[in-house]
Write a protein that binds this ligand. Sequence first.
Ligand code: URA
Length: 236
Amino acid sequence: MTRLDKFLCDEGFGTRKEVKALIKSGKVKVNGETAKSPEAKIDDDTVILVNGAEVKAQSSIYIIMNKPKGVVCASRDKLHKTVFDILPEEIKRKDLFTVGRLDIDTTGLLVITNDGELSHRLLSPKHHAEKEYYAEGKGRLNPNSKEIFEEGLPWGEGRLKPAKLEVISDNGEEVKAGLIITEGKFHQVKRMFYTVGVEVTGLKRVRFGGLCLPPDLKEGEARYLTSDEEKILKTF
Ligand code: URA
């Protein structure tokens, strides 16, 4: 048995004050009735909806977004919308974060979760989760780029881990290519291409670990992972 406002705070819907305001706004339903009191007692069998979506106790949340251009992977930004601002109302919560980041002008697969442990594992250099990108760029691509990337590009004091390049088209001025990396250094893909002669003009992440960007998820859209996708995300 717990109080409704405490439960909603624990589930990431904000501070006590914010949760009280949420309840007052009529967006919370308890067993089919609009909740009136933050002190209402609830238990494991109570069905709670916020903005029409059921809230399950202590559940980890996994969201996939096809990130559009122009939004940032930050919890707050003075100039730009964030990926959290554009989440559908029914899946917005306060405890979410992105698993890694994509640049403001990069599109594609972004995982958003409240599962810190999984996020840590997915990003840890120890686990080598692959990230696959589709890149378009301008410039003359060094003909040895594939081997250079495979060997591990010199990077600061050290070297990058081996990366796989697949050139899709290259006419000497414009390049389209796929690139698989296992790290996530700052502007890594753009900087890698730059060192082999190409300025990236478009970048899209199409895979993270075993999870591919679903073809029907349009730019700007986000939804919960299906349970099969959740399993795929967790095995890498
Ligand atoms: N590499 C980049 O340069 N940008 C991204 O957004 C992701 C990987």
